[in-house]
Write a protein of this length. Sequence first.
Length: 333
Amino acid sequence: MLLDGQDPAAIQQAARALAAGDLLGLPTETVYGLAADASSDTAVAKIFKAKGRPSDHPLIVHLAPGSAGVAHFATQVPAFAQALMDAFWPGPLTLILPRRPGVGAAAAGGQDSIGLRCPAHPVAQAVLQACAALGVAGLAAPSANQFGRVSPTTAAHVQSEFGADLLVLDGGPCTMGIESTIVDCSRGVPVLLRPGSISRDQIEQACGQPLRDKDTVAATPRASGTLEAHYAPTAKLRLMGTAALQTALDLLGQDLDGKPARIGVYSRTAMRSRSTQVVCRRMPADAAAAAQELFAALRDFDAQGVRLIWVELLPDSPEWEGVRDRLQRASVA
């Protein structure tokens, strides 16, 4: 069932459903989440079942702005983690903190740490505040799609994944388009587990410490969206250099015997093709704009029935790191 996220009655209906242990399609500024009461292991189990997600793969818990949610789920907040909260919450930043024993075990995938985030989307904030008033301290909300597939950035994407029976709040298209940056704060130093829209430089400036890479620190906790293969469309995705991509298109030539090539091309550079069955789409030259439309573009290629998606390699610059990460993981699947 699709509800208007701007309707206060719909917000209350959604909060009551969550408090009763049901699932909800929840809009955030990054992607739409499949939400459940993070303190209820039974409700969280429904997320894992619906997504086909391994139960040891942790979820991110979403908190209302200014709530007591951090203290409910975490035992301590290092000074540098507090500085990151002050700088980027509400916003697309998840912090991994030591988990309070006996709270959120299923959402944490059984680990002694837990990922927390305060989303900036007004609909998400309204739902979280309504839930807090009903005694729900936070919502576990991984992306609302089948495990390993392309994340949803519209309410229609969520419905295409789970059907009309799921309660979904329509908050419009997501403004960021890729998942949150994840920083591990559980071991005394900030460690980047997943890049996103917040850059390394921004994180370092805010917390006053160098940001470590996860492969340089021992015993990195498991975190959402960090598997080698993830974010994959149905079509096989391949990353290609500009010249190699154009050469491959030239070698295709025209359609033979009317058989379609069924290849999608996603590139910042204008590409030529003599085949009428090659679907070309220009990627925005701006990294933030490319992130915002990335998952929608991949879903659109799938909807058009392409079998292969050829994507032009991205610039090796900091602002493109989040998009590069998502495409690299999609290409491995």
